[in-house]
Design a protein around this ligand. Structure first.
Ligand SMILES: [Fe+2]
Length: 215
């Protein structure tokens, strides 16, 4: 039976590296900003949306520039995910998608309406925003499509710096709202986690073809 949507939240500020804000800002400034094509299989955008403008700090850059974040993903955050889920949890073996940064800058960027391929998603909020600005919106309806569809019946989660959440983004479609000001920057670390019943081997191969050009 489908569990109603819920999420687990913890303040992890004390686990973050000294000077983390400076590191994160610098990495985010160099993000890959562009109109990304909708994701195959997982997109829950309305049919007329072909691209969504946003920024991404790819996994290999996170490993190189934010090694402390990569280490947290594989250790302390993994333990928190297991605590949140009440079962053993695995981090991704493939370093191309374990932990990335999503970055929104200015008023037009948002994150795509989509579902995840992994059963447990961790989001670490790295910037603060007032309610309604850049909220993570999670629909209560697994079949919801498009921004209006997701907004209809949803939980909105305000980004609070230093808070990590874990939720089932595979079942519940989600997206991130736009920011109100041109000078606003929203940064989150997004982490893929797996369970025994839904291991990394279930990741659709077309996702890797789409993102990394795998044969
Ligand atoms: Fe997601």
């Amino acid at each position: 039976m489908l569990q109603p949507f819920s999420y687990w939240k913890r303040d992890v500020t004390s686990l973050l590296d000294e000077g983390w804000q400076k590191d994160i800002r610098a990495a985010a400034a160099g993000a890959d900003f562009r109109a990304f094509p909708r994701t195959p299989t997982l997109s829950r955008e309305a049919s007329d949306v072909t691209h969504i403008e946003r920024g991404r700090v790819h996994a290999e850059t996170v490993m190189e520039r934010l090694p402390w974040l990569y280490k947290l993903y594989r250790n302390e955050f993994l333990e928190l995910a297991a605590e949140a889920w009440g079962e053993p949890i695995d981090a991704a073996d493939d370093d191309r998608y374990g932990v990335v940064l999503n970055v929104q800058r200015g008023k037009t960027m948002r994150f795509e309406c989509h579902v995840d391929s992994n059963p447990v998603t961790g989001i670490l909020f790295l910037t603060d925003h007032p309610a309604g600005a850049g909220d993570l919106v999670v629909s209560h309806d697994p079949d919801a499509v498009g921004v209006d569809g997701l907004e209809r019946d949803c939980t909105s989660i305000r980004p609070e710096e230093g808070q990590i959440i874990f939720f089932d983004g595979k079942t519940y479609p989600h997206y991130a709202r736009c920011l109100p000001d041109e000078s606003d920057v929203r940064i989150v670390a997004v982490m893929n986690f797996y369970t025994e019943s839904c291991p990394e081997s279930t990741r659709p191969p077309e996702l890797n073809r789409h993102r990394f050009g795998d044969a």
